[in-house]
Write a protein that binds this ligand. Structure first.
Ligand code: ASP
Ligand code: MG
Length: 405
């Protein structure tokens, strides 16, 4: 008998009826004979609501308290799903992250899993139970509750799938799979039957909704991940090794990320050590810096621009402002309303012309490019946030993504 790990997102569990629907789906899967481990997110917008509440108590809530608070969202849904399953006559048990053996480091709100002790989960499966686990959370060696970062239940699910050697990790959500672009922006967007880990990692990091660390884990442990809808039956998208290696249409998807802000330090003295002095403290604060551009030096000063997640902007400015003064720069300027649009595809490596086609499509749509970055299989342009729908539509059309591969 195979073990299947299923994960249900917040929208699939938004109210009592939806929870019962999910329980019926899980029950039906169990009746087909597999062992089932289920990972759940918090109901609907619970996590956002809890964050809101916390900020009404304090301008900067203590990270440890915050993690315990947020972990309760997933506890609510895992117990309710379990009750619904039992009401249907299935033997099921809920486990918190800690009970499921998920040990993390101590970085609150962005903890990483360091060890997964599957003894309890395996024991419950051996008793014939369906195991329902609270996603997004773990516990440190000191028994402090941690959370894995927004959207972290995907990572819980894939980590568990790897640890129990599940045949597959199924991620159920409110969309029918991974699309060539966000179907709300591009009606012609097409569901992909399959996509490789590398491509999915780029898509997930640059806007397609999935926790990128889940994909990294999937790739590292070779766990096939199926993304499908919990609302309608359908084939979904399988993320796995060696998908469509030689796809004819070599751009696979267009992603957009609106969580982008930019910081410019003007008139930075042009001498060794400045970049290190700036980016080391940001890294220590756990702020990841993305695109970095340093322009040519005029009269021994340069302008240094980099992007951070918009949600990190405030913290980043707090770090950079005093540094900017101490290194003698002329000051900092920030811009918040930015977005990244990216085209992704493994076929782009070793094939020229993709960047030019992208820039041309954006130019023809009247969109100004502020910054550009690339990886081997991705080209990203930083643009004005308001231009995202335009840009995504233009790129989808330019690379003819509506056409079957
Ligand atoms: N409930 C958490 C969030 O909204 C984790 C998750 O949904 O995966 O970010
Ligand atoms: Mg959620």
């Amino acid at each position: 008998m195979a073990i299947i790990v299923q994960k249900y997102g917040g929208s699939s569990l938004a109210d009592a009826e939806r929870i019962k629907h999910v329980a019926r789906r899980i029950g039906a899967c169990r009746e087909r004979g597999d062992d089932i481990v289920v990972v759940v997110s918090a109901m609907g917008d619970t996590t956002d609501e809890l964050i809101d509440l916390a900020h009404r108590m304090s301008g900067s809530p203590d990270p440890r308290e915050m993690d315990i608070l947020l972990s309760t969202g997933e506890l609510v849904s895992c117990t309710l799903v379990t009750m619904a399953l039992r009401a249907l006559g299935h033997d099921a048990i809920s486990l918190s992250g800690a009970q499921a053996g998920i040990r993390t480091d101590g970085s609150h709100s962005r903890a990483r899993i360091v060890e997964l002790d599957t003894q309890r989960v395996r024991g419950e499966l051996e008793q014939g139970r369906i195991v329902i686990i609270a996603g997004f959370q773990g516990v440190t060696g000191e028994m402090d509750v941690t959370t894995l970062g927004r959207g972290g239940s995907d990572t819980t699910a894939v980590a568990l799938a790897a640890a129990v050697q599940a045949e597959r990790c199924e991620i159920y959500t409110d969309v029918e799979g991974i699309y060539t672009a966000d179907p709300r922006l591009v009606p012609q967007a097409r569901r992909l039957d399959e996509v490789g880990y590398e491509e999915m990692l780029e898509l997930a990091s640059y806007g397609a909704k999935m926790h990128p660390r889940a994909i990294e884990l999937g790739a590292a442990y070779d766990v096939p991940i199926l993304v499908a809808s919990s609302f309608v039956e359908g084939p979904g998208t399988l993320i796995h090794k060696g998908a469509n290696m030689e796809a004819r249409n070599r751009v696979r998807g267009v992603a957009a990320d609106r969580n982008v802000a930019k910081i410019t330090l003007a008139g930075v003295p042009d001498r060794p050590g400045i970049a290190a002095a700036l980016f080391e403290p940001l890294a220590q604060e756990g702020i990841s810096v993305d695109t970095i551009v340093q322009n040519a030096s005029l009269e021994r000063t340069t302008d240094l621009t980099f992007t951070v997640a918009r949600t990190d902007l405030k913290r980043a400015v707090e770090v950079v402002e005093p540094l900017s003064r101490s290194i003698g720069s002329q000051g900092i300027v920030t811009a918040e309303r930015l977005a990244k649009v990216s085209v992704v595809g493994t076929g782009m490596q070793n094939a020229p012309g993709y960047a030019a086609s992208m820039f041309k499509a954006l130019y023809e749509a009247g969109i100004n490019i502020e910054m550009i970055t690339t990886s081997e299989i991705r080209i990203t342009c930083l643009i004005d946030e308001e231009q995202v729908p335009n840009a995504v539509q233009a790129l989808h059309a330019a690379f003819r993504l509506e056409e079957e591969e």
